[in-house]
Design a protein around this ligand. Structure first.
Ligand code: GLC
Length: 439
């Protein structure tokens, strides 16, 4: 059994740390301008202009069954959809706002269709819910708000009532956690109480747990869905640490106790979360796979994002990226599901990442760069009963010892290492993986 013990979580994380890989979906009105989901903030867009996106939102090609099939094919086991992002637009039929998909050309509750489709494919269901809301009239203007630069911002801010907004959030979270059956993850986003307001407008201070009335919000969520997994972004510690667009090189630890925690890296295909037409920073197949492997090799989960187009489909670039995962996971998922960081006794040589099955019986050797003919793995002598490539289950011969530089073979035994003999030509897999059966 794995010797790693993680800090206890209030929610049920057992399935989550087994499954390891999920799909993030950022979809909202920002898919129309298609130049970042923060566009309302970045370009300080006024309500009447932003309304154009609401008026033209028409996802006529939305096919959540297709999304769900693609997620499953990519090896993803759960999904997290933006039910509402910072722009405030709701994909669900909330009784507490008119600013929702039901009132657009879509004319229906898109969250319900997502839930039904993903559940039917056997995926766990997650909801992202933005704490920030740049549309709600009670949400106080702050340094991130699109109205922050208006000359009369302070005046506009008068009468905005954060308590009322906090109540609105509770009402919506109640809807989300009541009307759609069992929900597995609630992903709040995000707090910024420590950000410094502009010098000339100290009243524009950031927001955090007290502003969200986060204790009440979380108590409500736990009452409605006791086992649900909740992230830490309300500023109240719950189940999930969520490093964003960077890869921890070690298992994430609790800031004060130093315990290992349950963590989930979230990453994008190209930088932006929402559909971005003109972005050219799409990650390569190697990078996509390395993100997944590196995450699991340090005991974490990966939530990989897709930003669907405004018409409701995944564009070709996203499809291709998902296909990279599908191809690799089809034959290699055994090194991901039910796997975690390898025991500390196993030291990774250069360009290799290990994962190990929870029961400790198999060690997976991911080759980030393909070695020439021999691969020497330290400390494994006497511990391995069989070795094979994972993708095709073909045997790999190995010797216990180090390579004999004179004889061009691996026949000197004795220093605790093993030396595998690999084919000279790299197999046709983006990242070849070796499966070692441990004694
Ligand atoms: C953020 C961003 C955002 C994105 C998210 C995903 O902090 O505000 O647009 O939804 O994190 O992690």
């Amino acid at each position: 059994m794995s010797s790693y013990v993680t800090r206890k979580t209030p929610g049920d994380t057992a399935w989550f740390t087994h499954d390891r890989f999920g799909m993030f979906i950022h979809w909202g009105l920002y898919a129309l301008p298609a130049r970042h989901e923060w566009i309302k903030n970045r370009e300080c867009i006024p309500e009447d202009k932003y309304q154009l996106y609401f008026d033209h939102f028409n996802p006529d090609l939305f096919d959540p069954k297709d999304w769900a099939r693609k997620a499953r094919a990519a090896g993803m086991k759960y999904a997290v959809l933006t039910t509402k992002h910072h722009e405030g637009f709701c994909l669900f039929d909330s009784a507490y706002t008119d600013y929702k998909a039901t009132n657009t050309a879509a004319g229906r509750d898109l969250v319900r269709e997502y839930v039904d489709a993903f559940r039917a494919e056997g995926l766990h269901i997650g909801f992202y819910y933005s704490l920030i809301d740049w549309h709600h009239p009670d949400f106080p203007i702050d340094m991130l708000h699109p109205r922050r630069n208006d000359p009369d911002a302070e005046e506009q801010n008068r009468g905005r009532d954060m308590h009322r907004y906090a109540e609105y959030m509770r009402n919506q979270v109640r809807e989300l956690l009541t009307n759609y059956g069992k929900i597995d993850i609630l992903w709040f986003d995000f707090s910024y109480s420590r950000s410094t307001p502009p010098q000339n407008a100290p009243w524009m201070k950031g927001k955090g747990k007290d502003d969200w009335e986060a204790e009440e919000l979380i108590a409500l969520a736990r009452k409605l869905q006791p086992g649900i997994i909740i992230d830490n972004r309300t500023e109240i510690e719950q189940d999930l640490w969520t490093p964003e667009q960077y890869q921890p090189t070690e298992w994430v630890r609790h800031e004060t106790t130093g315990e290992l925690v349950t963590w989930e890296a979230c990453q994008t295909f190209s930088g932006s979360w929402g559909y971005h037409r003109d972005e050219s920073s799409w990650k390569s197949p190697e990078q996509l796979l390395r993100l997944l492997i590196e995450t699991v090799s340090r005991g974490g989960n990966l939530l990989m994002n897709v930003g669907p187009t405004s018409r409701g489909y995944f564009d070709k670039r996203a499809d291709r990226a998902l296909q990279v995962y599908a191809d690799w996971m089809h034959t290699n998922s055994r090194s991901i599901y039910g796997c975690t960081m390898a025991e500390p006794e196993f030291r990774e040589p250069a360009d290799v990442r290990y994962t190990q099955s929870e029961d400790g019986k198999r060690l997976y050797v991911h080759l980030f760069s393909y070695p020439f003919r021999y691969l020497r793995l330290p400390g494994l002598s006497g511990k391995v009963s069989y070795a094979q490539f994972l993708h095709d289950g073909s045997e790999l011969l190995f010797k216990e010892g180090k390579p004999n530089h004179d004889a061009g073979s691996a026949d000197i035994a004795g220093d605790g290492d093993i030396v595998l003999t690999l084919p000279v030509v790299k197999p046709d897999v983006v990242i070849p993986t070796i499966e070692l059966f441990l004694k």
